[in-house]
Design a protein around this ligand. Sequence first.
Ligand code: ZN
Length: 393
Amino acid sequence: MSIEFKVEAHSGAARAGRLLTPHGEIETPVFMPVGTAATVKAVPQDILEELGVQILLGNTYHLYLRPGVETVRTFGGLHGFMAWPRAILTDSGGFQVFSLNDLRKVTEEGVTFRSHLDGSLHFFSPENAMAAQIGLGADIVMAFDECTEYPADRTRTQASMELTLRWAARSKKYFEEQKEQVPWKEYPVPSTQCPEKGAANTHETASAGNWVLGTGYCTQSLFGIVQGGMDLALRKESAERTIEIGFPGYAIGGLSVGEPRERTREVVEATLEHLPKDKPRYLMGVGTPEEIAEYARLGVDMMDCVLPTRAARHGLLFTSEGKISIKQARHAQDAGPLDPNCLCRVCQRYSRAYLRHLYASNEVLAQVLNTLHNLSFYLDTMRRVRHSIRLGE
Ligand SMILES: [Zn+2]
């Protein structure tokens, strides 16, 4: 068993369902906070659990450079290392190599790049990106892909898509051969739902009622990534040929790379049409609160974005009344909550004046409280989206 996915309700193109992973059940559509360096910046893990975070994302590129895969592996993977018992997804490193390295060199074999930390030379191939992700031990791992730059002409976009397809096949081959190397067995994870290797072939989970895990022990799941730039015909071809290779879930990559928002939506909608209805669909790296609700409406099941956490650290807060810049002087005497409609611990306890003071004073607590609110706002948005889908709205 690695994952199981059930769609339980539809409303138009939107679907609500459940994704069972080796580290717990996820209600979809789900928003995944980004924990780049094995931390969602400014928020301790116990509070992430209280906020209802069901799955978070780690960045292979950053963790590979620091603290290094071997260190994480000796702790039983990221779950043990960062003391996070729930599900984790890691990206393949391809996007960070693309976005953080102007000097990268791409060949058929892989990508040579320089560390943004110390300038040292490194090399990612589909095989060693998979090896890194197996060592990091996330529940869901991603095929190594090339994120096509924007803008790109059709010839370039097609060549990049073909490379991603060849890398997807190599990623899958390596993953299938090596997936038993996942380090979970060496370091027991408290909430693991997996039977021991070689144990009885079914296992009912306490929380999930009718879930029956398959035979054997848990492994990770490898998702494929659809590329094809902004070209809808290439997106279709990329989807069809990625499906031919065969994965338990599919991501839409290569968006939010500088294209207009309307174009993002158009590409997402066109790509979703070609993805299997019975598999989870993951839209990578997008979204304001309005956009993530809209993508869920189009039929996306999983999303991640640095926006709520990164914006929070810059004093930009999402509320039911729109975006607020807490640094503005107009909040200096405001005794009201940040968002009168938010039930998060920050809005229940503190005034806008105090949050503005913390931010203006460059206090560490400003980053903590701002991030807590923004994450709560995103998670609540997705809760409402799931509820609406189940009500058929
Ligand atoms: Zn709040």
